[in-house]
Design a protein around this ligand. Structure first.
Ligand SMILES: Nc1ncnc2c1ncn2[C@@H]1O[C@H](COP(=O)(O)OP(=O)(O)OP(=O)(O)O)[C@@H](O)[C@H]1O
Length: 349
């Protein structure tokens, strides 16, 4: 089911949490809502579920307006961080529970629950109680239960937060597989950028009550629309260099005279910094402050006029204390204006 928000505002008392947001979640896709703590991710999910209603604006499921429709009628499935399984029921009974509420005949609901147990690969555990299962297995049960009623939309609120690092990676792949097998439109809330980028068809980045960008993961990473998105995605954090601190940059980037006053800072990701031996070709020159080697990864910290830049993919490993000249392909350099918005490269050519 397609979900659409039209000018949706949400306030708690005087506090405006979402301000006139507009987006469409296409049918059958997995869309992540990503953003820092308190940006309104869970609120957006609650508005989709119908557990809360917006202060203003409209919400549509397909062509039908559901803005003030009761949560039960919307038929959404929900999965939470804490699994919320019934401890006294077996795994099978947990999965069957929503079907029992719907008064589905017992043999049919057992058949459906077993089918879902197979889908989430928990069929060996169906006679156990939740506490006999690992966190990852319990989350599989919670997903099966949420899918039992064939929901119009599956909503997941930080479903992997309680799992350890390795299990998180395994379960996010599982969520992707289950979503693709069932084709259910899924909205996945997370504050973990890697999680969002790895499993989503589209990622919606929220901050301060506004959608910063809504794109597929590759576009989001390589073509951020503003400095917030550029800095929120990627490890290490993108290098941002203020033009005022390095006025030589504007000439070295060969920007047109019209554009020069527009550029407040530039961003270059650590993996896009390259070394050049030709000083005149360099964007900046600096002293290698520190070289850190962890396993296969080498991170180089370069001090340029009192500011530290990070490079991760230099090819050569420079010696600490030496001077190096650095550059980057023009396509990999992000130009930000004084409002933090990206200036499109086409505009400066
Ligand atoms: N029922 C409520 N009453 C008042 N304020 C609320 C209520 N629910 C949420 N808020 C506030 O709205 C803002 C957004 O909350 P929300 O839970 O949507 O954020 P979030 O992005 O999901 O954050 P987190 O990642 O920390 O869970 C926060 O400042 C929060 O304190």
């Amino acid at each position: 089911m397609q979900v659409q928000f039209k000018d949706v505002t949400m306030s708690y008392g005087d506090k405006e949490v979402l301000e006139k947001i507009n987006f469409t979640i296409p049918e059958g896709k997995l869309v992540s809502i990503l953003g820092p703590s308190g940006c309104g991710k869970s609120t957006t999910l609650m508005l989709i579920s119908g557990l809360t209603y917006p202060s203003n604006g409209q919400i549509y499921f397909g062509d039908k307006e559901v803005t003030k429709q009761d949560a039960v009628k919307r038929k959404v499935g929900m999965v939470f961080q804490n699994y919320a399984l019934y401890p006294h029921l077996t795994i099978l009974e947990n999965i069957m529970f929503p079907l029992k509420m719907e008064k589905m005949p017992k043999n049919k609901r057992k058949e459906r629950a077993l089918e879902l147990a197979r889908l989430v690969q928990i069929e060996e555990q169906v006679d156990k109680k939740p506490k006999q299962l690992s966190g990852g297995q319990q989350q599989r049960v919670a997903i099966a239960r949420a899918l039992a009623k064939e929901p119009s939309i599956l909503l997941m609120d930080e479903p992997l937060s309680n799992l350890d690092a390795r299990l998180r990676i395994e379960m996010r792949e599982e969520i992707r597989r289950i979503q693709q097998e069932t084709g259910v439109t899924t909205v996945f809330v997370t504050h973990d950028q890697e999680e969002a980028l790895s499993i989503s068809d589209e990622v919606m980045v929220l901050n301060e009550g506004a959608i910063q960008q809504n794109s597929d993961p590759i576009t989001l990473y390589h073509k951020p629309k503003n400095r917030f998105v550029a800095q929120f995605l990627g490890t290490p954090v993108i290098n941002t260099i203020k033009v005022a601190d390095h006025p030589e940059l504007l000439n070295r980037l060969r920007l047109s005279e019209i554009m020069k006053p527009e550029v407040q800072s530039i961003g270059i990701r650590a993996e896009n910094i390259k070394v050049t031996t030709i000083e005149s070709e360099a964007l900046l020159s600096g002293i290698v402050n520190h070289v850190s080697r962890v396993g296969k990864d080498t991170t180089v910290y370069i001090e340029v006029n009192g500011h530290s830049l990070v490079a991760t993919n230099l090819g050569v490993i420079p010696e600490e204390g030496t001077m190096i000249h650095i550059t980057a392909d023009i396509e990999e350099i992000h130009l930000f204006n004084f409002n933090g918005k990206v200036i499109e490269l086409e505009a400066v050519k």
